[in-house]
Design a binder for this molecule. Structure first.
Ligand code: FAD
Ligand code: NAI
Length: 480
């Protein structure tokens, strides 16, 4: 006997669990299926984000930042510490506890909102009268509407499969048991920089090999250059424009106790043959949409050449009543983008007009300093031939940043040359992840840089740098 639902959500990551909760709030009878297992084999909803992504990486970033501050920044405040040490096992246990709290929080939210949760893999069986049959283990569910939110998985390099001991995806990178003497990272994208920062702060010598000749090509050039300079100063070794060749892991038993285990052959930007020898190698070269086990063929669900589910602007697939959101569809692979799509789809199912404004989806890289942006970059505006004005303000001239002892970076505004509408805001500096929210609100309300320049900002606060950058658009900063 099948169990019948108005809406079945496949995948319990940020796209799926939020879609399920919003659909339940709107009065639907909802099921959410998720297959993630915790260490004991029990349910662990929350997807990549909660289990091996946003949450655990931020937990480790926080721990490693405390360690770095204690080792390098405290002395300047007159705080002396003897015998500073790091207990990696304890740090990882704390991270795991944070993850578990989030898993449990989601299970609680399902209960609170009366979402029926099924632990297991959801697979399409067939289209039925007025909906779709989906199997989970031995159970058969029928949903009038189905929302697919099956996420993404790490992309491997050909010939170098993840073993999670020496060649690590984001999963292994989050549970290295002791600080490696030498850590290699392939790909200087978001994961490479965040995870590279964690282990560098804890004492590893970190070398990042990037295929492209430019650093953080999607980021505003001025901000990327500043960030690059700061990361190099911190001790991250970043080689751009390389071509990675063969990756070999030392044979088991060979040279017991040897310091290096993975060898990466590569060609440098100058065309020279090089090798990098490291204890651990993180490969962070992007992620691929995940439809494994979904049995998409059974119902004729259309995928593109990358394996992403094809959707329209409203997340409708080619099948009536089947929607898809998050990493498994086009667009940035970000948790908050997945959530926004989840809400919009639930509202569309209810006949409302849920909508995601991709132009105001913020990006944050949680390094130190943090990098955050929303809207267009200066290079995009130039390429479009759009007339714009730019204003920047350095944190060096911000009183709160000086008091914090964190004066690196800047805020940058880009505004239309004629209307003054804000087109993009780019930040590298302390708490950029929080500061960017003001820019997102401003852009959603189509504010001008003058609007921000005229709003009273608390003193002393980092947000004054945002106001000053808005003033700088009109060349009238007050404190610089
Ligand atoms: P996912 O979170 O991947 O969830 C999909 C879920 O569906 C999983 O639980 C999976 O097991 C389940 N599933 C798949 N197939 C089936 C099936 N057939 N049946 C049942 N269940 C199934 N984004 C940010 O915005 N901020 C960050 O700070 C950030 N940090 C990150 C750090 C790392 C190391 C990584 C790897 C990613 C990070 N991301 C971050 C990206 C973010 O994790 C993803 O964008 C987000 O998780 C996508 O959500 P989703 O719901 O689409 O998919
Ligand atoms: P990414 O797309 O951010 O970066 C991948 C990097 O690898 C790029 O710079 C690319 O040029 C490089 N690369 C690709 N192939 C290569 C090769 N063969 N050799 C050398 N370099 C190569 O991907 P990443 O870091 O794996 O992260 C995946 C996604 O996860 C991100 O794009 C983001 O959507 C999400 N994420 C978001 C975070 C956040 O919001 N703070 C944190 C971590 C991940």
């Amino acid at each position: 006997m099948s169990k019948h639902f108005d809406v079945i959500v496949i995948g319990g990551g940020p796209g799926g669990y939020i879609a399920a909760i919003r659909a339940a709030q709107l009065g639907f009878n909802v099921a959410c299926i998720d297959e993630w297992k915790n260490a004991k084999g029990g349910p662990a909803p929350g997807g990549t984000c909660t289990n091996v992504g946003c949450i655990p990486s931020k937990a480790l970033l926080q721990s490693s930042e405390h360690y770095e501050h204690a080792g390098h920044a405290f002395a300047e405040h007159g705080i002396g510490l003897k015998d500073l040490s790091i207990d990696v096992k304890k740090m990882l246990a704390r991270k795991d506890k944070v993850v578990t709290q989030n898993n449990e929080g989601i299970l609680y939210l399902f209960k609170k909102n009366k979402v029926a949760f099924f632990h297991g893999r959801g697979s399409f069986v067939k289209a039925v009268d007025g909906g779709y049959e989906v199997a989970v283990g031995d159970e058969s569910l029928v949903g009038k509407q189905v929302v697919i939110a099956t996420g993404s998985t790490a992309r491997a390099l050909p010939g170098a499969p993840f073993d999670e001991e020496h060649i690590l995806s984001n999963d292994g990178a989050l549970r290295i048991g002791e600080v490696p003497a030498k850590l290699g990272v392939i790909g200087s994208g978001v994961i490479g920089l965040e995870m590279g920062s964690v282990w560098r702060r804890l004492g590893a010598e970190v070398t990042v090999l990037e295929g492209l000749p430019t650093f953080l090509g999607a980021v505003d050039e001025q901000i990327a250059k500043e960030a690059h300079k700061l990361f190099i100063k911190q001790g991250l070794k970043i080689e751009l424009g390389v071509k990675v060749g063969e990756i070999t892991v030392a044979a088991k038993g060979a040279k017991k106790g040897a310091a290096t285990h993975v060898t990466v052959a590569y060609t440098s930007a100058k065309g020279e043959a090089q090798t990098l020898e490291v204890d651990k190698l993180i490969i962070s070269i992007g992620r691929v949409p995940n439809t494994t086990g979904l049995n998409a063929e059974a119902v004729g669900l259309r995928l593109d050449e990358r394996g992403a589910i094809v959707v329209d602007d409203d997340c409708r697939t080619n099948l009536p009543g089947v929607w898809a959101v998050g990493d498994v569809v086009r667009g940035p692979m970000l948790a908050h983008k997945a959530e926004e799509e989840g809400v919009a789809v639930a509202e569309r199912i209810a006949g409302q007009h849920g909508h995601v404004n991709f132009n105001t989806v913020p990006w944050v890289i949680y390094t130190s300093p943090e990098i955050a942006w929303v809207g267009q970059t200066e290079q995009q505006l130039k390429a479009e031939g759009r007339a714009y004005k730019a204003g920047t303000f350095p944190f060096l001239a911000n009183g709160r940043a000086r008091a914090l002892g964190d004066t690196s970076g800047m805020v940058k505004f880009l505004a239309d040359a004629v209307t003054d509408e804000i087109l993009g805001v780019h930040i590298v500096g302390p708490m950029a992840s929080e500061l960017i929210a003001e820019a997102v609100v401003a852009m959603e309300f189509k504010a001008s840089s003058e609007d921000i320049a005229r709003i009273c900002h608390a003193h002393p606060s980092l947000s004054e740098a945002t106001k000053e950058a808005a003033l700088a658009v009109d060349k009238r900063t007050l404190n610089f």
